[in-house]
Write a protein that binds this ligand. Sequence first.
Ligand SMILES: Nc1ncnc2c1ncn2[C@@H]1O[C@H](COP(=O)(O)OP(=O)(O)OP(=O)(O)O)[C@@H](O)[C@H]1O
Ligand SMILES: [Mg+2]
Length: 444
Amino acid sequence: MTPHPSVTKLLIVEDDSAVRTTMTTCLELEGYEVEAVSSTREALDTLERKSFPIVISDIYLDERTGIDVLKSARRQNPECAVILMTGRGSMETVMAATAGGAFDYLAKPFEMAQMIDTIKRAEKSLEATGENEAASIDDIPETEMIGSSKTMVEIYKTISRVAPTDATVLIEGETGTGKELIARMIHKNSLRANHAFVPVDCGSIAPSLLESELFGALKGAYTGADRDRMGVFEAAHGGTVFLDEIGDIDLGFQSKLLRFLQEREVRPLGSPRVKKVDVRVIAATNRDVQKMVDDGKFREDLWYRLNVVRLLLPPLCERTADIPLLVHYFLKRYNERYRLHTRLIDSGLKVLLEYSWPGNIRQLQHMMERLTILAPHGRIDTGAVQQAIEQGDSRESTSETLADTETDQIRRVMAATNGNKSRAAKILGIERKTLYRKLEKMGL
Ligand SMILES: Nc1ncnc2c1ncn2[C@@H]1O[C@H](COP(=O)(O)OP(=O)(O)OP(=O)(O)O)[C@@H](O)[C@H]1O
Ligand SMILES: [Mg+2]
């Protein structure tokens, strides 16, 4: 008698009937035994009765979610590989999925080939280990990271895997793409969360001072050192140091940084003694450091040390799918902050979607703040957005001129910020002293 080849049983939980049917058909053709249900209720009932090695579930279903299905499946069978899928992935859901022991997480829409590939990997890992660590998912971490495009979901997955480790992470991306925010998320979701997160902008500190800033210095170690100073690495003991603009440090200091990464010891300037410190390092750059390495301007060995885990943040124009989410998020936030009721009109969103965003999310955020306060009649429409874009462009290239509506704009921004002049100047995109001058002219 020939042994019956074992057929893997799959449970699919998906409320969209078209997706459910397509998946069922495809996976049955692949030789799987498929049971498909459309609600969490049915899913939980089915899991009570029967054990499945692999469960594939949508996340947003009904009053309960795929995370509940995940919990239940893993409670009945701790080895169950759960594959979650969603078109609305957020940092929270990916973190919850990972923390709950999900096998993988697919952003919709996906190709069936990708799903089959994931199932095959799940089967392999079931054969290989037979054991999977279960974790609690009761506290879903909070975040202010917006974005559910495929690239962002991939980034969330990497973060959730790498955060709890002490691995050095290198974050690359253009200005304003969220490098510092990502670094903070990694720290917040790490075992070091209760310790310090200390950012250091290597680009804005004079090369001669960077060493004492990071390693510390004893009194008299250099001219102007009038007291002992503890360095950042020591001050952040137990926590995370974020080295921003890592591409800006000079070759001389690069070797010292490399030594630190290898030894995790600091010797304050002028001190004979070294101290062990326990910090995690996250570095970021908006420069092409690989090219600097090729040109001999950045040490290759340091590059490898930093580059244990590499996260590449795409420019906003390459993930326009996230623009509507970000726009609504910032609109809500600034409406709340300034107690306004500004509305976004479809035509306005269209212009925002078509813009190229050279300053990425930071630029979008600033523009939304301005628009929330200044959009005529509280309506962000084509005209309002076009005007904001033109103003932003002209400010960058030439002077500080605002349009004819200047006086009116200044009044509104001053009212919204309760007369806070530095905030107002920032929103208007002009220097504080320029604002003073203008207010004087207006007799305010
Ligand atoms: N995914 C996101 N969701 C919401 N806000 C975001 C997101 N990414 C970035 N931001 C916001 O955009 C602004 C710029 O982000 P951040 O400072 O992290 O960028 P950066 O890459 O470090 O820029 P730079 O290279 O200029 O220092 C911040 O106010 C940040 O909170
Ligand atoms: Mg930054």
